[in-house]
Structure formats: C-alpha cells, structure tokens
Design a protein around this ligand. Structure first.
Ligand code: COA
Length: 252
C-alpha cells in the first residue's frame, strides 16, 4: 500500500502528519498505523522537531480503523500489535501535538484526539465513537480519558451511547479547544504550532508531562481495553455489525 496515505512534512521545527486517504474517508489501515507510528517516533527522536500537527483531508479527519482489515484478518488479534504500538506511542508522546479536524472523526478518529494537546475543528466536524453499536468497547484509553476530559455523563453519551457530537458539543465537552472555519483551520493550527515551537522546548515538555499526569494509568488502560476489544471483535455480534457495514459499502 502506498505511503501517500500518510504524508509527512517538516518545516520550522514542526512536523506535519497528514492522514490522506480521502477515498476511504481516511480509515486507518495497518500500513497507515505503521507509517503514522514511525512518523511520531521519528519526531520524538529528532531534536529539531518541537511540535507535531496532525491533519486529515477536507471533510474527513478519520473514519477510524479500517473495517476491511478487521474482516480480512483470519485472527483479529493478529492486527492488534500494530495498533497498540501506535496508541502507546501517541499516549507517551512527549512533545506537544496540535490536531485540526475538518469533517468526520469516528472511532479512533475521535479517541486519538484525547491524547493531543491542542485540538481545533471546523463547524462541519462531527465526532462519534460507535464502538458499542459495533459490538466493541471503547479503546485508546478513552474509557479513562473520556470521563476525565468531559465528566462521566458526557463521556457516557459519546463512548457508550454513541452520540454524534458537533464541533460545538465537542468544545463544550472539553474535547476540542477552538472552532475555526474550514478555510482558516490549517493556518490556525500552523500558528498554534509556531507559537508552541518558539517556547523553551524542555520546559514545554515538562509542562505537558505534568499536565497529562498518571501516564502509566493511561498505558495500562489502553492494554486492558485492547484485551476486551480484540475478544469482542471475534464475537458474533461484532462480526455481523462489521459485515453489515462492508456489505452496505459495496452497495450489495
Ligand atoms: N473502514 C473501511 N472503509 C471505510 C471506513 C472504515 N472505517 N469508513 C469508510 N470507509 C469506506 C467505505 O467502505 C467506502 O468505500 P467504497 O467507496 O469502496 O465503498 C468509502 O470509505 C466511502 O464511505 P461511504 O460510507 O460511502 O461514505 P459516507 O459519506 O456515506 O459515510 C462514514 C461516511 C464515515 C459515515 C461511513 O463510511 C461510516 O460509518 N464508516 C464507518 C465508521 C466506523 O464505524 N468507524 C469505527 C471503526 S471502529
């Protein structure tokens, strides 16, 4: 699979990672997770990079895990390590991450934002985690971070009820910082990254580490969720829900 699905560019101490698979609404395949993880690890190791920006394409930040990968894997648990490597890298990332969402952010498209530090979204964005509807459970540490960020009641709406949140809802729930129109969204993200990259880098990383608190708990929760997630993925109800989506997509 082409590495054009994850685009990386470095400029002025900022690494920009763009999820770029518009024809599949930026669903994240195994290969994309690998490239994404490598881009993050590379940014972490490179002293010239001080901030990371994560972008999608117009209309789609990410539709979440690639469901076709779920269907293709003879043993669903075989695809877990690649996703877990991504999640632990993201959760443990020491430098600030700015994310800009324009359009849909579904599943991990929403939960990855809980690990970012400064999230912007356009008014046409929406955020949804249909895990339970798919016979699955919340992932990416969201069962711990969601209530912490939004309070239990709001987190339940998002993560268990599967309600779709508008950009305004997400802002009220503390998931995103600001709303900007689609046209200025990316330049606003660049401005924020520039401001962050001009700050003393060690102090900034220390501030992030202090604010994030209990990082070990987050890593532990990611693993606990994953165990339930991969078990659930093999259940009849999950397989039926995913099959129904794939069949509908093919227009059968
Ligand atoms: N995995 C794999 N493929 C996906 C995908 C996903 N998560 N989300 C979208 N796609 C694909 C569709 O299969 C379709 O492919 P096709 O053109 O080859 O048939 C293409 O992206 C466009 O999607 P489509 O459903 O036609 O667009 P839409 O605008 O009507 O709906 C979504 C967009 C994102 C709302 C819808 O595709 C959707 O619900 N996707 C599943 C999201 C999800 O549940 N993710 C969580 C996984 S844990």
């Amino acid at each position: 699979m082409s590495n054009t699905h994850i685009l990386i560019s470095d400029k002025d101490c900022v690494r920009t990672i763009r999820i770029n698979r518009a024809d599949k609404k930026n669903a994240l395949s195994q290969n994309m997770y690998k490239l994404f993880t490598a881009a993050l690890k590379g940014a972490e190791e490179n002293d010239d990079i001080r901030v990371v920006i994560i972008l999608g394409v117009p209309g789609a930040f990410s539709a979440g895990n690639d469901m076709a990968d779920f269907m293709r894997a003879s043993d669903p648990a075989s695809i877990a390590p690649v996703i877990l490597d991504f999640l632990h890298t993201l959760a443990g990332f020491k430098k600030p991450i700015v994310a800009a969402v324009d359009g849909l952010a579904i599943g991990i498209g929403t939960t990855m934002l809980m690990h970012c530090d400064y999230v912007l979204a356009s008014p046409k964005s929406y955020f949804r985690t249909p895990f339970v509807d798919l016979g699955l459970v919340p992932e990416a540490g969201s069962s711990l971070l969601g209530p912490k960020i939004s309070g239990y009641a709001k987190a339940f709406e998002l993560l268990a009820l599967g309600q779709a949140w508008s950009a305004e809802d997400a802002q009220k729930a503390g998931l995103i910082n600001h709303i900007y129109d689609s046209e200025s969204l990316e330049s606003q993200a660049e401005t924020a990254a520039k401001t962050l990259s001009a700050k003393p880098p060690q102090a900034l990383m220390s501030a992030k580490a202090l604010l994030k608190q209990n990082a070990d708990d987050v890593h532990k929760r990611i693993d606990e969720e994953a165990e339930l997630f991969w078990k659930a993925l093999q259940s009849e109800e999950a397989q039926a829900a995913i099959q129904a989506f794939m069949t509908k997509s093919k227009g059968d």
